[in-house]
Write a protein that binds this ligand. Structure first.
Ligand SMILES: [Fe+2]
Length: 182
C-alpha cells in the first residue's frame, strides 16, 4: 500500500496522510494495481478509458537505460507542473513523487510496483529517486501522443500560500516548456 507523509522545510519526514487526506489536501488520486495480473486483468485499460488517457509508454530511469541520465534525473527533480493531469504507475523498483498541497507544503508519496497516481492539472510536483532503489520503471499514461509540456517553477518565485485552486496563472515561470516529464 502506498504511503504518504508531509516534509518539513528541511525535508524531514512529518505526519503521515491517509489516501483520503492525500486527495483532500492535494487533489491526488490513487489506485493500486496487481502487478501479477497487470497485463491481463484489464484494470489499466479501465483507468485509461475512465480518464480518457489513451496512450502510454514506459520510462526506465537507470544510468544504462536513459540517455542523458544525469540531466534527465535533475529535470525530473525540478519542481514543475503540467497543464493536464499526470498519471504514473511504478512497475519496477520504487521512487518518490513529491507534490505540493493547497498550503504549498510538500507531501512525499512512496511509490512501489502497482502504485498508480493521478495528479490534478496545475499541481507542482517533482520526482525524487529512492536512494535504496534508484533504478525505477514507470508506466506513463497520456491523453494524446506525448508532447512534453511541463513548466518549471521559478527559483525566484515568492511562494504563495493561496494555490488552493492549483491555479498556475499567479506564478512566474523560468521556462515555457521542457522535457522533464518523469
Ligand atoms: Fe511531471
Amino acid at each position: 500500500m502506498v504511503r504518504a507523509w508531509f516534509l518539513d522545510s528541511e525535508g524531514n519526514p512529518g505526519r503521515h496522510l491517509s489516501l483520503d487526506e492525500l486527495k483532500k489536501e492535494a487533489g491526488v488520486r490513487y489506485h493500486q494495481l496487481n502487478m501479477k495480473t497487470f497485463h491481463t486483468d484489464g484494470r489499466i485499460q479501465q483507468i485509461q478509458r475512465e480518464e480518457q488517457f489513451m496512450y502510454h509508454d514506459v520510462i526506465e530511469i537507470a544510468p544504462d537505460k536513459l540517455p542523458n541520465y544525469e540531466d534527465r534525473v535533475r529535470g525530473f527533480h525540478t519542481e514543475h507542473l503540467h497543464p493536464e493531469e499526470e498519471i504514473r504507475m511504478v512497475i519496477d523498483g520504487s521512487t518518490y513523487f513529491d507534490v505540493r498541497d493547497s498550503h504549498d507544503d510538500w507531501i512525499r508519496i512512496k511509490m512501489n510496483p502497482g502504485d498508480l497516481l493521478i495528479l490534478p492539472p496545475g499541481i507542482y510536483h517533482r520526482l525524487t529517486l529512492d536512494e535504496e532503489s534508484p533504478d525505477v520503471a514507470i508506466y506513463r499514461l497520456f491523453k494524446t501522443k506525448p508532447v512534453w509540456t511541463s513548466v518549471n517553477r521559478s527559483s525566484s518565485e515568492s511562494v504563495s500560500s493561496d494555490n488552493s485552486e492549483f491555479n498556475s496563472n499567479s506564478h512566474s515561470f523560468e521556462s515555457e516548456s521542457s522535457d522533464n516529464s518523469e
